[in-house]
Design a binder for this molecule. Structure first.
Ligand code: IPE
Ligand code: IPE
Ligand code: MG
Length: 238
């Protein structure tokens, strides 16, 4: 069975999970840590080398300040608690998103996490924080413009590869499998450039209840799909 090389997930439904239990939304965010650990473990077991998780979008700044504050503290606390364990599990951590929008305490943790060298890493975990697909394309366009202005790049050299290298996930293979929990069927400004040919998989389960069986089901369904990349059936991919 074909296993995806790169899985990208929109972890949605924390708030509804909590509300249904009469709990504050923050309890749902905290409960959302368990499925994160599960996904990391599943990727390691299945030999999936890239996992990208959407933790906080550029639009999530529109939430009440108390919820945003809770989430930022949760990210800081979790990074502190889990980094050693992740390194032991041969997981290297990277972040994508607009760091200028984040406070100094969280940026410090992000930089410390990224500075850690994991010898023989088996999984690259990328966390999208203060990330938006449109922001990503804007920063790539600026980087291109700057390179053209300085003469490092000519106008004719602007092609898909040149843009692909400058988007935040530049250098990583595109996600093969996109998963969204929580029932909504939309991209919500996630990886607009990189999801061009990803297989999309949606489920109604809310993120805190997403378990290893659900993950396995998504991977199994992915294995049964025929990816044609615009070609004709049966001709294989590419
Ligand atoms: C996803 O869950 C987590 C973040 C966006 C940070 P939500 O908080 O969006 O949960 P719902 O969609 O309101 O249930
Ligand atoms: C997408 O979920 C962002 C994250 C999971 C971090 P949202 O709950 O913010 O998306 P919408 O508002 O339903 O599109
Ligand atoms: Mg949501």
């Amino acid at each position: 069975m074909t296993v995806p090389r790169h899985v990208a997930i929109i972890m949605d439904g924390n708030g509804r999970w909590a509300s249904r239990r009469g709990l504050p939304r923050s309890a749902g965010h905290r409960a959302g840590l368990k499925p994160v650990r599960m996904c990391i473990e599943q990727c390691r077991q299945l030999g999936i080398p890239y996992l990208t998780l959407f933790a906080f979008s550029s639009e999530n700044w529109n939430r009440p300040v108390t919820e945003v504050g809770f989430l930022m503290n949760l990210f800081i606390e979790t990074l502190e608690k889990e980094l050693d364990d992740l390194a032991r599990q041969l997981v290297e951590v990277r972040f994508i998103g607009d760091r200028s929008a984040l406070g100094a305490p969280i940026v410090e943790r992000i930089e410390a996490a990224e500075a850690r060298v994991v010898e023989g890493a088996q999984l690259r975990l990328t966390i999208a924080l203060a990330y938006g697909g449109r922001w990503d394309l804007v920063q790539a366009a600026r980087a291109l413009a700057q390179d053209v202005a300085t003469g490092a790049l000519s106008f004719e050299q602007i092609d898909e590869a040149a843009i692909g290298r400058r988007v935040s996930l530049g250098g990583l293979p595109d996600p093969d499998l996109f998963i969204r929990t929580g029932g909504e069927k939309r991209i919500s400004n996630f990886l607009l450039w990189n999801l061009a040919y990803s297989e999309l998989w949606f489920c109604d389960r809310l993120w805190p209840e997403f378990d290893a069986d659900d993950f396995a089901m998504a991977v199994r369904e992915f294995g049964g799909r025929e990816r044609r990349f615009g070609g004709v059936p049966g001709a294989g991919s590419h």
